[in-house]
Design a binder for this molecule. Structure first.
Ligand code: AMP
Ligand code: MG
Length: 411
């Protein structure tokens, strides 16, 4: 059985960036830019007032107070063609272009009526005060976003600003999810006493929400090779196939043999980890990525986090793919045999700039109840037998629920 590090390395070595393509602005969130993006115009595109007030010449207000004639009003969206006359100002709104000749704005709070179309302005004012100058953020034609940038809210907004509505990205892949097991029924069904509801589709779909992949839930296959073969063939029409269950050593675990029949190349099968020992990774005949996840829900949770999401990130073009590991203080002892690496479900919490890890008491990899109390895992090395209370351990947060570390309750 190979180690976790070797298994992860094997998966990540196979994972290649998707071909490039274009998606709409709205679909591009979470994708990675496959080309540099240039500014199609200066930003700001014109000398823009950042205040409601009066556009004027700074030289007209070098003392503390002056009175100027008001030449007119400029509203946002309308460029004034008239040049600012000497000894004049123009009323201007935030976001409106300065009239030719003006080089500063005195805000309305520093003004007062002076009668006969005139206004008092209070100084001093500096040249370009309350003005965002044309091209000061970026000049037309310059690279404003680099290839490799992950598209988040700010990036998406900037793409909109430069009119990049068809966004060059590494194309988001399609992901097929298929469930195996005679005993598994849909969440909406009333199970017979020996049946269980499918939790794994929900876990997988939830976890993939943060990535811009297209998800096809292909349903459940009974544990027989023919039915399974048919369903996996449907899955292989996508770039990525996630299979839940049927990969262990049981009599009805047909997934590995069916994959071989379909000329898939099995690259990883069985890893020295807990949970997740049966984990399988294969490449389909057309290079499809096939992940076999053990049927137990907690194993699915962990294998998604440790293998599937990092691989998907790499496929999407991300540079940072694996969870960030922290040092945490263990609040209770933890012991295990020295045979496998453990991903011990844990509650990770900050107090006074220190991170603490409290192992969650669990009945095993079928215990989704206890898993809901965890927001991450402690990484317990394979050879380790005992972790002492108060000692430093390595741990990482679950993604998706990373919110629990980024937010706090309102007081
Ligand atoms: P398997 O990997 O197929 O041997 O399944 C391992 C365990 O996970 C068994 O107890 C299954 O009943 C359970 N299991 C399999 N698939 C699911 C599923 N989709 N949702 C919940 N539990 C499952
Ligand atoms: Mg099964």
């Amino acid at each position: 059985m190979i180690t976790f590090d070797a298994a992860l390395q094997a998966v990540m070595r196979q994972a290649r960036r998707q071909p490039i393509g274009r998606v709409s602005l709205g679909e591009s969130v979470g994708c990675v830019l496959s080309r540099d993006i240039q500014a199609d115009r200066n930003l700001p595109p014109f000398h823009r007032s950042t205040m409601d007030g009066y556009a004027m010449r700074a030289t007209d207000l070098q003392q503390t107070r002056t009175t100027l004639m008001v030449q007119g009003t400029i509203r946002p969206g309308v460029a004034s063609r008239a040049r600012l006359k000497a000894g004049h100002c123009m009323k201007i709104m935030t976001g409106a272009p300065l009239p030719p000749g003006a080089d500063a704005v005195v805000m309305v709070e520093a003004s007062g009526p002076a009668g006969k179309g005139r206004v008092h302005l209070q100084g001093p004012v500096e040249k370009w005060e309350n003005v965002a100058r044309q091209g000061e953020d970026i000049r037309k034609g310059r690279v404003v976003l680099r290839r490799g940038t992950v598209i988040d809210a700010a990036v998406n907004g900037l793409l909109a600003t430069v009119g990049a509505v068809s966004v060059p990205v590494y194309r988001p892949p399609r992901v097929a999810v298929l469930i195996t097991g005679e005993e598994v029924v849909p969440p909406g069904a009333t199970p017979r006493p020996s049946e269980i509801r499918d939790s794994n589709s929900a876990i997988i779909a939830s976890r993939l929400k943060e990535l811009p992949v297209t998800l096809d839930l292909l349903g459940t296959s009974p544990d027989n090779p023919r039915a399974l073969k048919w369903l996996i063939q449907q899955g292989l029409k996508r770039e990525i196939v996630l299979i839940s269950g049927g990969i262990s050593m049981g009599d009805y675990d047909y997934v590995p043999e069916v994959l071989k029949k379909l000329r898939a190349r099995i690259i990883v099968h069985r890893v020295a980890i807990k949970p997740g020992r049966p984990f399988l990774f294969a490449r389909g005949p057309k290079g499809q990525y096939v992940f076999g996840l053990p049927g137990n829900p907690v194993s699915v949770l962990v294998c998604m986090e440790e293998f599937v999401i990092p691989a998907l990130r790499k496929i999407l073009g991300y540079e940072a793919c694996v969870p960030k590991v922290w040092r945490a203080i263990l609040t209770a002892p933890y012991s295990k045999p020295a045979d496998r690496m453990h991903f011990a479900l844990a509650r990770l919490w900050w107090r006074q700039e220190r991170l603490y890890a409290t192992p969650v008491v669990s009945h095993g990899s079928g215990d989704l109840v206890s898993a809901t109390r965890a927001n991450g895992v402690i990484l317990v090395p394979r050879r380790e037998r005992k972790l002492a209370k108060g000692g430093l351990v390595r741990a990482h947060f679950f993604g998706g629920r990373g919110l629990s570390s980024a937010l706090q309750k309102t007081s």
